[in-house]
Design a protein around this ligand. Structure first.
Ligand code: PLP
Length: 281
C-alpha cells in the first residue's frame, strides 16, 4: 500500500491514515475512489470534477487547486509497482491524502449477488463526503447477512441506490435507473452513454418483479443482482441484457487505449446501444 499526504509519501501507520476509515476519521471532507486499467486511471477528470462538486455541496473550501490534487494522485500512482490499483483520495480542509492499494476483485460476483434493502436517506446524496458512516453501517449490516450491498430505500418507500453503487433494472425490454437524490456514479454515466436508458422511480416490490437488476460501481463495473431480500430476480440467473451491457461497457472502457472491433460488429445490435454508439460501429 502506498500512502501520500500533500504529495509526500508517509508511513501507513501515520495517524491521518484514519481519515480513510469512516468509523475513526473526522467527517468533514470529501473523497473519491478510482481504479486503473493497465496503469491508467479510468475517468480521472470526471472523478476530479465530482470531487470539486462534492466540496461545493458540503461547503468545504479546497486549500489547493484541482490540478494540484491531480498531480498528487498521479505522483502516488507512480510509486505503485502493482496493477490494477484502487486509488482513494481524501480531501479535508487542510490535507490531500492519497492511498493506493492493489485492487482485488472476487470474480464470483459476476455470477450474480444478493442485496438487502435498508431504510436510509443520505444527507447530501450527491456528495461523496466523509459523512458516510450511515452508508458504511448499512453496507456492513448487509454484508453480515450475506449480501453484496445494501439497497437504500427513502421515506417514500422508493429504492434510490446501493450504499456504494448505483441501481439499474430491466423490465419488458426497457432499461431504467434512478436519477434523484443519488450519487451520480461515474460508472452509471458510462452505462448511460452506451445505452438507451430511462429515469424512473421504483419501490421495493416493483423492483423485485424486474426481469433483471444490476448495480454499477467504479471498482467492479457492472454487478448482476439475482436476489433481493431473498427473492429471486427473473429466473435467478444473470440476465442477457446485463451480459450485453457488460460486454459493451468493456469495449467502451478500452476503446481509447486499445481500439478494436465493436463487440456487435457484424451482429444484430442490442436495443440498449445508443444511436451515437450505433453510428460509431
Ligand atoms: N452511489 C454511492 C452512494 C456510492 O458511494 C458510489 C461509489 O462509491 C456509487 C453510487 C457508484 O459511483 P461510481 O460509479 O462513481 O463508483
Amino acid at each position: 500500500m502506498i500512502f501520500t499526504m500533500n504529495g509526500k509519501q508517509v508511513a501507513s501507520s501515520h495517524k491521518k491514515n484514519n481519515l480513510f476509515n469512516p468509523r475513526e476519521g473526522g467527517n468533514f471532507g470529501v473523497f473519491e475512489t478510482m481504479r486503473t486499467y493497465n496503469g491508467e486511471i479510468f475517468k480521472l477528470d470526471e472523478h476530479l470534477e465530482r470531487l470539486e462538486k462534492s466540496a461545493e455541496i458540503v461547503e468545504l473550501e479546497l486549500q489547493c487547486l484541482i490540478s494540484e490534487i491531480r498531480k498528487y494522485i498521479l505522483k502516488t500512482l507512480e510509486l505503485c509497482d502493482f496493477d490494477p490499483v484502487r486509488i482513494k483520495v481524501v480531501v479535508t480542509d487542510g490535507n490531500v491524502l492519497v492511498k493506493c492499494e492493489k485492487l482485488e476483485i472476487d470474480e464470483n460476483i459476476y455470477n450474480g449477488v444478493s442485496v438487502a434493502t435498508v431504510p436510509l436517506e443520505r444527507r447530501n446524496p450527491e456528495a461523496k463526503s466523509l459523512d458516510y458512516l450511515e452508508s458504511y453501517t448499512a453496507h456492513y449490516e448487509a454484508e453480515k447477512s450475506g449480501s453484496f450491498d445494501a439497497l437504500l430505500v427513502n421515506s417514500k418507500g422508493m429504492v434510490t441506490e446501493g450504499s456504494f453503487s448505483n441501481l439499474f433494472w430491466v423490465k419488458d425490454g426497457g432499461l431504467f435507473t434512478t436519477d434523484r437524490n443519488i450519487l451520480k456514479g461515474i460508472t452509471r454515466q458510462t452505462v448511460l452513454d452506451i445505452s438507451d436508458c430511462e429515469f424512473k422511480e421504483i419501490n421495493v416490490e416493483e423492483l423485485k418483479k424486474a426481469d433483471e437488476v444490476f448495480l454499477t460501481q467504479t471498482t467492479r463495473e457492472i454487478i448482476p443482482v439475482i436476489r433481493i431480500n431473498g427473492k429471486e430476480i427473473g429466473d435467478g440467473k444473470v440476465g442477457e441484457k446485463t451480459r450485453e451491457l457488460g460486454r459493451v461497457f468493456k469495449w467502451s472502457r478500452d476503446r481509447d487505449s486499445n481500439p478494436g472491433p465493436h463487440p456487435y460488429h457484424g451482429c444484430a445490435l442490442p436495443t440498449e446501444l445508443s444511436r451515437q454508439d450505433k453510428n460509431s460501429i
